[in-house]
Design a protein around this ligand. Structure first.
Ligand SMILES: CSC[C@@H](O)[C@@H](O)C(=O)COP(=O)(O)O
Length: 352
């Protein structure tokens, strides 16, 4: 796998005194960083979608904790943890659905609890490790997921799960990159992902950077596309995978999953184990983020809808495990997931 060709974008860069985040609100036409100098700036960047995608927000929060540590004096890790608690809580509250955020901050807290005087280095090592492990997981999942795809297949992905959403390479988009590189994938479709257009603005841009031909489809065109037989696999990421295999992901994933099952296409969910939350029994227990109705009422900042209407804007949905054909993680693949098969791979993994 030629990672120099297929893994060039880095949305999160630690600069020693601040965190540089590629501003995903402005892509694809403006490629510009937001410089975060303290942990509240990182929390705001997560909330406002400067950085987004489950693994990327977890990694950013870990670096946010490092920045918070710059602002305090503490004798050891436990002392630092008590002083950092409010800042860590604010980072954690930035978005509710992606468990990677809670998972990364739980790791930070655990590391601090046992750290001595060198707690600042411990904190930085932890952030670096969370980022490096994510990149390694993505590259491994790329190979595992691509192996499931028969040569000549068409694939459809939703939202953005690429380098922009992770430490690099991507989850579902990593599988697509690997599948294209191995000659297994003949056609790539990306659904636009209303209202924030992660598919249209971000996924298409990433694929173009790699020279991978892609076709954009409207979210409402997906049933018609799949019915026509051009898609063998729908490949998506996840924000949280429950103990029973239910998957929370970008709004619209559930309807893609129903359509795929109805027409005989298969659904692959690709996510690192940091997205698996064995402490949450089923999708009914997941908090689904509701965002500002203004995101639905406007396109590119231009109001499209008459004044006076209400809008309902949940930004994630839950796909029941029964509609999922494979969950690909760096630990291995769970086929036809259910509670027993999830437990066999993840045991009672603490989640958060
Ligand atoms: C590897 S990213 C996986 C998911 O986080 C992704 O599919 C998604 O739903 C992102 O939502 P977003 O609201 O853009 O953060």
């Amino acid at each position: 796998m030629d990672f120099d060709r297929y893994d060039r974008i880095r949305p999160i860069r630690w600069m020693g005194d601040h965190l540089a985040l590629l501003d995903q609100r402005k892509l694809p036409f403006v490629v510009e960083d937001v410089a975060c100098g303290d942990s509240d700036a990182v929390a705001a960047a997560i909330r406002d979608l400067v950085v987004r995608g489950a693994p990327a927000i977890g990694i950013s929060a870990a670096w946010g904790a490092v920045l918070a540590g710059r602002g305090i004096e503490a004798g050891d890790g436990a002392d630092a943890l008590s002083k950092l608690a409010p800042a860590l809580d604010r980072l954690q509250a930035a978005r509710p659905t992606a468990v990677n955020l809670m998972w990364a901050l739980a790791r930070v807290r655990r590391a601090l609890r046992v750290a001595g005087e060198n707690w600042r280095e411990v904190l930085e090592c932890e952030a670096r490790a969370i980022e490096a492990e994510d990149l390694a997981a993505n590259r491994h999942m790329g190979a595992l997921g691509a192996a499931l795809i028969e040569p000549g297949s068409g694939v459809l992905t939703h939202c953005n799960t690429g380098s922009l959403a992770t430490a690099g390479f991507g989850t579902a988009l990593g599988v697509i990159r690997a599948g294209v590189a191995e000659g297994r994938i003949a056609r790539v479709f990306a659904s636009e992902t209303r209202p924030w257009l992660q598919g249209a603005r971000l996924t298409v841009w990433e694929l173009l950077q790699d020279g991978i031909p892609a076709t954009l489809v409207g979210d409402g065109a997906v049933a018609h596309l799949i019915k026509g037989g051009q898609v063998q696999w729908v490949i998506v990421g996840a924000d949280r995978i429950c103990a029973n295999g239910d998957v929370a992901n970008k709004i619209g994933t559930y309807s893609h999953a129903i359509v795929a099952r109805h027409h005989g296409a298969r659904l692959m969910v690709v996510a690192p184990s940091s997205t698996v939350d064995m402490a949450t029994a089923s999708g009914d227990d997941i908090e689904i983020e509701m965002r500002d109705p203004a995101e639905l009422l406007s396109v590119g900042g231009v109001r499209m809808v008459a004044e006076g209407v209400q809008a309902w804007n949940p930004v994630f949905d839950v796909t029941p495990a029964g509609l999922v054909d494979a969950i690909v993680t760096e630990r291995g693949v769970v086929h036809q997931p259910d509670a027993n098969r999830m437990a066999a791979l993840f045991g009672a993994q603490a989640g958060v």
